[in-house]
Design a protein around this ligand. Structure first.
Ligand code: COA
Length: 163
């Protein structure tokens, strides 16, 4: 059985992420969506909020587990016995960062392979940052994110949160 990890900050999860997850489930027996406490980002949503939105978007599927981790992704994969890391690639801009990440992870965990899935054509322009910016300024993001995410973003706006 191949266990794959789909890591990210998921602040918040978008339909682009969901599409990558769905497609990866056709390839792997089991996928862990692994929410990272990302030191590079200051998330809008708490870890618990992000986790709840992912669970809601994914629904109940015995092939999928939603988890959170701290520390190195390479260590997390080792701990879980995962041999594949899944990442979505949008356009050229993603490449350099993903290239660095994949090589660093390979150095840290040579047995773990990073696999890239090309983002679907409906989502190549979507990012979590853009979705947050648009939603918090009153724009309609309902076609870009799961329903619970759109509702959570609307709540943040009502609370007076600005981009
Ligand atoms: N569709 C739409 N958007 C997508 C997408 C897709 N298929 N795939 C990625 N994105 C977007 C996200 O919306 C997000 O946009 P943003 O930057 O505007 O927020 C961006 O691409 C990437 O976010 P995400 O997919 O959540 O992942 P990430 O880059 O935040 O995750 C980790 C990075 C968590 C994998 C990395 O920081 C990590 O491994 N951390 C653990 C610590 C560690 O091991 N560090 C050393 C790494 S070598």
């Amino acid at each position: 059985m191949t266990l794959a990890v789909y890591p990210g900050t998921f602040d918040p999860i978008t339909n682009g992420h969901v599409d990558i997850l769905r497609r990866s489930l056709k390839i792997f027996d089991r996928v862990v969506v692994a929410l990272a406490d990302n030191v590079r980002k200051t998330p809008l949503f708490t870890l618990a909020e992000r986790q709840a939105m992912i669970v809601d978007a994914v629904g109940s599927n015995p092939q999928v587990e939603v988890d959170a981790f701290q520390g190195l992704l390479a260590e997390y994969c080792r701990r879980r016995g995962a041999t594949v890391v899944i990442r979505g690639l949008r356009a050229l801009a993603d490449f350099e960062y993903e290239f660095q990440l994949a090589h660093m992870n390979r150095r840290l965990a040579p047995d773990v392979e990073t696999m890239f899935l090309m983002t679907g054509e409906d989502s190549f322009y979507v990012s979590s940052s853009l979705v947050k910016e648009v939603a918090l300024m009153g724009g309609d993001v309902s076609r870009m994110v799961p329903r619970s995410v759109a509702a959570a973003l609307a709540d943040k706006r009502k609370q007076g949160v600005t981009p």
